[in-house]
Design a protein around this ligand. Structure first.
Ligand SMILES: C[S@@+](CC[C@H](N)C(=O)[O-])C[C@H]1O[C@@H](n2cnc3c(N)ncnc32)[C@H](O)[C@@H]1O
Length: 539
């Protein structure tokens, strides 16, 4: 800690050089003239503390940007971007404050406590926007009870219990109040299901000789292990669902309903890839070693089930030996996903206790569903690999745009994209809810050089109505056909209650239409704005 008489200096860590967005973050901080060292006067009033905290949060938000967030953040915007970024930012600030407190002088403690209380308050406000889900059933099945008991017998410590939630299957509920930073679930490293278990099995040598990669080995191993009565993980396997209902299991009517969306391509490509892999395995391995790979355990259906299990339930964890492994995590596998999660970062085994500790980044009250973040996934990724998507705003639902003309002097973005324009935080009417990098790319590409005939936009010396019109019309020309494709009537399966996949496909398509329609509406609104400027200029 650095203490200078009347000030406490609160330092946020600079962007890491290992961060792929290191340069972009440095540049953004410098464009916004944000310094990461904040001199906080010890005699601050509450109002002044709130103001300085606001500046600190703005800096922390930049440090936690991912690529999509960086694309959409405008240079002139402020305020919360999305719950994940906000929770990460506020937790970093809390960490910095908490690490200053033990060494603080008496007069510094007051201001630090004020900042700490305000940060916790902000974290609670982010959490208040989360829908905890509706419990449809309490109490567990025998298999779930056996798994929880097995966990307890093997050193799992938890403040969670199970419940069933509407539309989400099982989920975890806090059995007592859990405060920020507290561990809600602790699992010994030895209970994580990973490649170590494959290495110990009699299948390993055959698979290694056949050149099978680690992830496929895990799939093949789990396909047999699930029916091994002596498996160490019997209780885990017995508590798994018999069907996963992800996009990979969509039937033909559901896929037909998705026509016109990028999701249909994503699912078909993923499925084709898996089918090819399976067929290659059959030639290479399954038919040559029937004594190990028993025919009835290694059907295409079983292979697809195992893929769905690993895609929807696995986690990437750094083990105590420093190796990053994909693993199945008993009991943690009951946690559902949210865009306003309690557990954000869980990817490292604690080397002191040799256990994976899942800590909460926002409080979880007794009886409340405790959520995990599976990652910054779009709805299409969630549908394909997890079989659901979230009803609220998903910041990662973007529509990529391909342009032939190369970039010239308008940032380093190699691809462009849009998201629902209602998510834009820009107050400038000439942003039309669209991202800055896309607008500057199109403005440069479509610039009208005939300055004489152009009408300048008031307040924007560099913008003319002609160029703006060309930009908006270009975007409309891309999104109008997309909307028409999606406007085809839905093809339900003829029953009053369409099957789960058809319902999910129709819901997904409806969401895509809302996003595309928001882009079109914003562009048409922009054209009207330009009409108004031109007509007032003419009169
Ligand atoms: C890791 S498991 C979580 C436990 C799971 N609900 C169960 O009953 O076994 C992941 C699966 O849970 C479901 N899921 C997770 N989060 C969800 C959410 N927010 N809404 C609906 N379903 C969700 C999806 O089916 C997903 O594939």
């Amino acid at each position: 800690m650095e203490v200078t008489n009347d000030f406490v200096v609160l330092c946020l860590p600079p962007p890491s050089e290992d961060d792929l967005l290191f340069t972009e973050k440095k540049n953004l901080l410098s464009r916004k003239t944000i310094d990461l060292n904040f001199r906080v006067r010890v005699s601050l009033t509450h109002e002044e503390a709130t103001h300085i905290l606001d500046l600190i949060v703005q800096a922390a938000r930049i440090l936690h940007l991912n690529e999509i967030e960086l694309y959409f953040i405008g240079d002139h915007e402020s305020g919360m971007l999305n719950p994940r970024n906000e929770l990460e930012s506020l937790n970093l600030i809390l960490f910095v404050i908490n690490s200053l407190l033990p060494g603080a002088q008496a007069d510094e403690v007051g201001v630090l406590l004020m900042l700490q209380a305000e940060t916790i308050n902000m974290i609670k406000c982010v959490g208040a926007k989360c829908d905890g889900g509706i419990i449809t059933e309490e109490g567990n099945s025998d298999a779930e009870d056996r798994l929880l008991q097995w966990g307890q017998d093997h050193g799992v410590k938890t403040k969670l219990q199970l419940a069933h939630f509407e539309g989400a299957g099982r989920g975890a509920v806090a059995s007592e109040d859990v405060v920020i930073g507290e561990t809600v679930l602790e699992i010994p490293e030895s209970l994580l299901i990973c490649d170590n278990d494959v290495y110990k099995s009699d299948m390993f040598d055959i698979m290694e000789m056949s050149g099978i990669n680690d992830e496929t080995m895990l799939l093949l191993w789990s396909m047999r292990e699930i029916s091994n009565p002596k498996s160490k993980f019997k209780a885990y396997f017995e508590a798994l669902p018999t069907e996963f209902n992800t996009g990979l299991s969509f039937g033909i009517i559901a896929l037909t309903n998705l026509e016109g969306t990028l999701l249909v391509e994503e699912i078909l490509q993923a499925k084709e890839h898996l089918r090819n892999e399976y067929e290659a395995l059959q030639c290479k391995l399954l038919s040559n070693h029937p004594e190990v790979f028993e025919k009835e355990l290694y059907t295409w259906e079983c292979y697809l089930w195992a893929c769905e299990l690993w895609y929807s339930n696995s986690m990437k964890v750094v083990f105590s030996d420093g190796k990053l492994k994909t693993c199945l995590v008993p009991i943690a596998g009951f946690l559902n996903h949210s865009l306003v999660p309690h557990i954000l970062n869980y990817g490292r085994v604690d080397s002191a206790t040799k256990s994976l500790k899942l800590r909460v980044s926002r409080p979880c009250m007794r009886g409340e569903q405790c959520y995990l973040s599976y990652g910054n996934f779009s709805s299409s990724h969630l549908v394909t690999f997890y079989g659901f998507f979230l009803k609220g705003d998903n910041f990662y639902d973007v529509i990529p745009l391909d342009f032939d003309t190369p970039q010239t002097g308008c940032g380093d973005w190699s691809t462009h994209m849009v998201q629902g324009t209602w998510l834009s935080r820009s107050k400038d009417p000439h942003s039309y809810g669209l991202p800055d990098p896309l607008l500057s790319y199109l403005r440069t590409t479509l610039k009208d050089d005939d300055v004489g005939s152009s009408t300048q936009i008031p307040g924007h010396t560099d913008l003319t109505t002609e160029t703006e019109r060309a930009v908006l019309e270009m975007i409309i020309s891309i999104f109008d056909p997309m909307m028409k494709n999606l406007d085809m009537p839905d093809d339900d399966d003829g029953s009053e209650n369409p099957s789960w996949d058809v319902t999910l496909a129709m819901d997904f398509k409806a969401r895509q239409k809302i996003i595309i329609s928001s882009v079109l509406q914003s562009c048409y609104g922009g054209l009207q704005l330009l009409d108004g400027i031109e007509s007032s200029n003419a009169s």
